[in-house]
Design a protein around this ligand. Structure first.
Ligand SMILES: Cc1ncc(COP(=O)(O)O)c(C=O)c1O
Length: 382
């Protein structure tokens, strides 16, 4: 049926109708007082979502743009960067740092695992000369559905003295990530995830410590220059022509978020993801992340049952029920499928998705008790 598609991928995520309608208005001039008042509210509301007193810069870019904006304002050629890699997106930090001429060391784990705090402590303790300048890490690894214990890892990095650079692309506005309380130096995110608006904006919040490292950066980025962005935030403006309609969308979405309340948003993500996992197990499928204490509340990775392929599950869900779930990435392609419970997703959406997954698996020949997933989810939700 036309116009019924429901995205259960980890981004882009569904967008509320009021946001879409506001976005559809004529663009406003980016130097107008009207836009400046929108910016003032957006910049203030973003601080609440990032749980920080630091300025939050808004870039016209995707999440990777914010990642590049983070490192390209910090890294000088030859700097030592330690990248904590638990999946594709952790690896992206390492690649960006390498592109800037850094010496990159990776601390990697098997996919499906999180970084072990003891291993990080050991590595940082061994760096007695404090050669490591920056540590990059991912809060929520979208490729695997694992959440790192950022609070603990950042505390270790702080103790060492390096700058912590955290990817919060699929965690901000979904999982609790209090930037100031946890002492994160640089935190990035993207619009098409927990923020409930389409792709095209990215966010970067910068601590005073990180800003002073930027001031020593020999060749900081021009387009993503922190100095230019900091000045603009303080003037309620933007350095260049931004995606104005997306800012209007963000303005509306932030009001919706404020209305729901950040802790309620976090609680909703937790409830939906844990209900989904209960349903998956009840249907007889296996979760990719075995240790549920590190399983993400934004994205759940699932192994297909024996004899049924990931492409068939995804195709049946799309063709017969208009629900889109994501494939695995790279080495995990066709080995797992990933269901997002990220952003503008409610209990009704989840129940519809679980029922549709059951129907798809039934059609594809998986043997299980029909309704068992929906029952498990309802028992969890109610
Ligand atoms: C954890 C994480 N980091 C970074 C990115 C990259 O964001 P983008 O595709 O918006 O550039 C994504 C995208 O899904 C992500 O999930």
């Amino acid at each position: 049926m036309k116009d019924k598609t429901f995205l259960m991928i980890p981004g882009p995520t569904p967008v509320p109708e009021s946001v879409l309608l506001d976005m559809a208005k004529h663009p406003v001039g980016h130097r107008s007082s009207e836009f400046s008042s929108i910016l003032k509210e957006v910049y203030a509301d973003l601080k609440d979502v990032f749980q920080t007193k630091n300025d939050v810069f808004v870039l016209t870019a995707s999440g990777t743009g914010a990642m590049e904006a983070a490192l390209s304002n910090l890294v000088n050629e030859g700097d030592n960067v330690l990248s904590l890699v638990i999946g594709n997106f952790g690896e992206r930090w390492a690649k960006i740092a390498e592109s800037l001429g850094a010496n990159v060391e990776r601390m990697a784990v098997e996919f499906g695992q999180a970084i072990d705090g003891n291993a990080l402590k050991e590595r940082l303790d061994a760096d007695v000369d404090k050669k490591i300048k920056i540590v990059t890490l991912t809060h929520n690894e979208t490729a695997t559905g694992v959440t790192n214990d950022v609070k603990n890892l950042v505390a270790l990095i702080k103790e060492h003295g390096a700058v912590s650079v955290v990817d919060g692309v699929t965690s901000i506005a979904a999982l609790n990530c209090p930037m100031d309380e946890w002492g994160i130096d640089v935190l990035v995110s993207g619009s098409q995830k927990g923020f409930m608006i389409p792709p095209g904006l990215a966010f970067i919040a910068v601590s005073d410590k990180a800003y002073s490292v930027y001031e020593q950066c020999k060749h900081p980025s021009f387009y993503f220059n922190w100095g230019a962005y900091r000045k603009s935030v303080r003037d309620a403006s933007t350095p260049y022509t931004p995606a104005v309609n997306l800012f209007v969308a963000l303005h509306t979405a932030l009001k919706i978020m404020k209305n729901e309340g950040l802790s309620n948003i976090h609680a909703r993500h937790k409830k939906l993801a844990t209900a989904l996992r209960a349903a998956i197990k009840a249907i007889g499928l296996e979760l990719f992340v075995k240790d549920e204490s590190i399983a993400s509340y934004a994205i759940t990775a699932v192994l297909p049952p024996a004899g049924v392929s990931v492409p068939d599950i995804r195709a049946t869900l799309k063709k017969d029920y208009d629900i889109v779930v994501a494939n695995g990435q790279n080495a995990l392609k066709d080995k797992i499928f990933r269901m997002g419970t990220l952003g503008f997703v409610c209990e009704r959406d989840l129940l519809a998705a679980i029922a549709s997954l059951e129907a798809s698996l039934y059609k594809l020949g998986h043997k299980f008790e029909l309704g068992s997933g929906v029952k498990a989810a309802i028992e969890h939700l109610v």
